[in-house]
Each structure stands twice: as C-alpha cells, then as structure tokens.
Design a protein around this ligand. Sequence first.
Ligand code: G1P
Length: 239
Amino acid sequence: MAGGLGTRLRPLTYATNKHLLPVYNKPMVYHPIETLVNAGITDILIVTGGPHAGDFIKVLRNGEDFGLSNLNYAYQEGEGGIADALAQAETFVGGDNCTVILGDNLIFEDLTPAISSFKSGAKIFTKTVPDPERFGVVEYEPVGDGISRIVEKPEIPPSSDAVTGVYIYDSTVFDKVRTLSPSERGELEITDINNFYVEDGDISVYKIQGTWMDCGTFDSLAKATEVMYNDTHVFEEVV
Ligand code: G1P
C-alpha cells in the first residue's frame, strides 16, 4: 500500500511519492517488498495514488531488483485511507487470502512462519513500542491476552503494543471494507476492519521480535536511515 500525499513529509513529498524517498541506499518501498519476497510471496500488487503514481514504474519496473518477473499496479483515486486502498486489490486477490504491507513499514524478521500458518480470519502483527500513541494500539481483555479492540492513535494508549502495518486477511475482507464509513480524518481505517475481525472472534496476533519501524515522519525516517546505515556497515565489517 503506497498511496497518500505524504503530507507529514512535506516538502520532501512535493516532487515524488513518500514511499519512493530514500531510506539510506534504497527507496523506502523496497524494504516492504523485500519482506514479502523473503517470505515467499511473488504475486505482488502495488496500490498507489496521488500525483506521483507514475514514478513507481520508473523505480520498480517489473520487479527485477527483487528477482521478480513482473509486478502489478493499481491506482487509488483520492486519499481514502488504507482500507480504501485495499479495496483496489479485490480483483487481483480474487477469492484468495492476502498479505497486506504498508509501503512505509520496515520489518527485519522472516515472516514466512506467520504467513504460512495463516488459516482464516485475520492476523495482525504487533510490536511493543515506547510511543504507542502514534499507531493503532491493542486493548487487551481484562483477563488473559485476548484482544477486546484496537484503538487508532489513542491519547491514552491502553497498552504498549502497536499494530504494525502488516496484516493477513481472508477473502471476506472486501465485504467488510464495503460496510465502512470514513473516520474523523476522512479515511476508511484499516483499524475498523481489524475490529470487525475482533468482534467475530476471528483474529490472531503475531508479535514481531525483531526490529520494526515506520517512516511516516521526519524523525522516524531519519531513524530508519540511521538503522539501515549502521546495519549495512556492521554487515560489511563482518564480511
Ligand atoms: C497506519 C494505521 C495504524 C498503524 C500504522 C503502522 O497509520 O492506521 O493503525 O499502526 O499505519 O504504520 P498511518 O500511517 O496511516 O497514520
């Protein structure tokens, strides 16, 4: 999912799409694509939008940099949110299950076991963070570790477990999207979709143990760049 206007990163996003900005030595969107490819997913749809959507073709082409022989693209009209972007994938997904990853999320963990063990409903990927108010946050049931709901960017977070931008859904997700109404920020929220699965008791959780970062703000983009720089140089020293 690589749409939106990237308003939080202006003026960087006046000339291109947020997800094509550099994170050290690669465009941001390379990282989530690599996460999918490393998990064995090769049938990939890029959903983008906004005035710079054409830039994706110039950068990603047919996915050669990822060892792919082709990539698919869809265009999201307007800035209707992540769930609206997901709706653009309905024909592509058909009746299959699908893994969704946000184009500004960096995950350094092999997601193969989590993806291959998916059976039905939805699976979300959480990470314990120091600043949960920036994200969707898990509210747990009073007893046990069941989820009572997910709260989007709460002023007072009910836990420190952020819902990251990776989700696995069964094919009922598209019917669920059709029942959504726009949130206060005027978007169809992926958190509302996840809460439908919570209400159905059909959601599971995978806790990411490795590094997870998003790059949607100046600080998080700078941090991600620093981490990638350090990671690359540590790797070179070991080699
Ligand atoms: C979105 C989701 C949020 C999630 C975050 C992860 O937020 O709405 O629940 O925690 O991605 O990056 P957004 O980046 O649209 O503000």
